[in-house]
Design a protein around this ligand. Structure first.
Ligand code: G
Ligand code: G
Ligand code: MN
Ligand code: NA
Length: 243
């Protein structure tokens, strides 16, 4: 409860900051960044989202916080439009199921895009398989409305959740993100290589882009490229940091 009380003030006190981690296409093209929230706590220092996102979700503080994250991302996308070197960079924003449960989420994103002038196709929303656990029809419908505005979708942490293959086909997805737990030992663990190969094949078959996260070594990058995954995110290319 203490942390929750403190989180309630964190937005107004400017303690929430956004870090950006590069996403790269082989050989070395910067595609954009994933936006990763951090809480700069006055006493505790940097608090990980793994700690405070669950608290934000339980308390529904994720609604104003999540809205702020999308606003910040869209303001950055809009500011990048004036420079040819940045005008095609995309930003991937993690979205919580709580945000999708709010009826006004689609309108809210539409208003933010309009207000900021950010190109919708450069905003990528990262959703997880757990999003589909309740009311997949309603979620699909919301995603379709966002997609018709031009917003894109990536399925985050793929392979760790409970997704049914049938939803993969119904959802308006653009990208699958291979979870870092599979990438970790992809070159040495036969089970992980088999899983990653099959995810890449699945993405190809469904005409989805695929990106690997948690790429830390050149060996992992080269293995992925040789097996048909050309998009990477991970410490090898850059840590999350302020830009
Ligand atoms: O950056 P880091 O690896 O510590 O992130 C830990 C977790 O927090 C990841 O699962 C990530 O998706 C989540 N996360 C980071 N930023 C946000 C955010 O802005 N909104 C939501 N809902 N989750 C986030
Ligand atoms: O769940 P999600 O994929 O949104 O969270 C991404 C998390 O992975 C962030 O917490 C980020 O800091 C972390 N991360 C990003 N790249 C790497 C990496 O190369 N290695 C490890 N161990 N973690 C990473
Ligand atoms: Mn993510
Ligand atoms: Na992930």
């Amino acid at each position: 409860v203490l942390l929750e009380e403190e989180l309630r003030n964190a937005l107004a006190e400017n303690q929430l900051v956004l870090y950006y981690q590069p996403q790269i296409r082989k050989p070395n093209q910067l595609l954009g960044y994933e936006v990763l929230l951090r809480w700069r706590h006055p006493e505790r220092g940097i608090v990980s989202p793994a700690v405070f996102i669950p608290i934000a979700e339980q308390s529904r503080l994720i609604l104003p916080i999540g809205r702020w994250v999308i606003e910040q991302a869209c303001e950055k996308l809009a500011a990048w439009q004036s420079e040819p070197t940045t005008s095609e960079l995309s930003l991937a924003v993690n979205v919580s199921i709580i945000q999708f449960q709010s009826n006004s989420f689609v309108e809210q994103v539409g208003q933010i895009l309009e207000k900021t002038g950010a190109p919708p196709r450069l905003l990528k929303l990262e959703v997880t398989e757990s999003l589909l656990m309740n009311d997949p029809e309603r979620i699909t419908e919301m995603m379709n409305r966002l997609r018709s505005m031009g917003v894109r979708f990536s399925l985050d942490d793929f392979g760790t959740g409970y997704s049914s293959m049938s939803y993969l086909n119904q959802l308006p997805l653009d990208q699958i993100k291979i979870d870092q737990s599979f990438i970790n030992e992809v070159t040495s663990n036969l089970a992980n290589s088999a899983i990653v190969e099959s995810i890449i094949g699945l993405a190809k078959g469904l005409n989805l882009e695929v990106i690997a996260e948690g790429v830390e070594t050149e060996e992992q990058r080269d293995w992925l490229a040789n097996h048909g995954c050309q998009n990477f995110q991970g410490y090898l290319f850059g840590r999350p940091e302020e830009i």
